[in-house]
Design a protein around this ligand. Structure first.
Ligand code: C5P
Length: 226
């Protein structure tokens, strides 16, 4: 791991889950811990970058020497990214963004049906903006790196996702294996880019973060020259 691969570069990383309120006491979210993204932020600082971290609600310590912007919902994460994207050289979408949010946030707590006869409660959801895809679609986009958590056909689905979202590189991991991913301290990933498929064996998220950035820097500098 070289300490100058991102010297002078601006890196923006999304982290953690998003939280979509249903009513004043309930929300929809997911199991993302933010560990992978925070490890990437630390490694990017070590690599010489100026790092902005746009983070959903997580319970881990903030990395040092990083500008962290705390957000809750996907819409807030989207807006914070758009407000801070100017001058960004490398965007890393590591957040597990909720794909949908409730159509409306109810002002009052949802009450059980008074007669207790209804077994089904329907919740209407609307799609959230795709943060990474909207960055890749900018006029003068940064190098965009995404993450793909899959339970089957990992490589194929990740490759499709990268193409569909206009990403330059994608880091795929198999979340059907409970010992890796999400809250775990270790992970095992395959990096895909045009003409590249590289599997990084099981390691701590800290070690993987450095390896991912080494591969990413080669991709970034090649892309920059084209
Ligand atoms: O489609 P899927 O959620 O599996 O794609 C994962 C990748 O897309 C991740 O890089 C994630 O951060 C990004 N993403 C996003 N905004 C969304 C959904 C996913 O930036 N609304």
């Amino acid at each position: 791991f070289k300490h100058d691969i991102f010297t002078g570069r601006n890196v923006l990383i999304t982290a953690g889950p998003t939280r979509e309120d249903i009513d004043p006491v309930r929300f929809i979210s997911n199991h993302s811990s933010g560990k992978m993204a925070y490890a990437l932020a630390e490694a990017a600082v070590e690599a010489g970058a100026r790092v902005t971290l746009v983070s959903g609600p997580v319970s881990i310590d903030k990395p040092g020497r990083v500008k962290t912007i705390d957000v809750i919902s996907a819409q807030q994460m989207h807006d914070a990214v758009q407000e801070n994207i100017e001058g960004v050289d490398i965007f890393i979408g590591c957040a597990a963004v909720s794909d949908y949010r409730p159509v409306e946030i109810l002002k009052d707590k949802i009450k059980k049906d008074p007669n207790n006869t209804e077994e089904i409660l329907e919740l209407k959801l609307v799609r959230n903006p795709d943060i990474a895809a909207s960055v890749a679609a900018l006029d003068n986009p940064p190098f965009v790196i995404g993450f793909a958590a899959e339970t089957r056909n990992v490589i194929e689905y990740a490759a499709n996702k990268m193409q569909k979202k206009g990403m330059n590189m994608i880091v795929a991991n198999d979340v059907s294996d409970k010992s890796i991913g999400f809250s775990s301290d270790v992970n095992e990933v395959t990096i895909l880019a045009e003409g590249l498929q590289k599997t990084l064996p099981r390691a701590s998220k800290k070690v993987l973060a450095r390896k991912i950035l080494s591969v990413a820097s080669r991709g970034y500098h090649k892309w920059k020259r084209e």
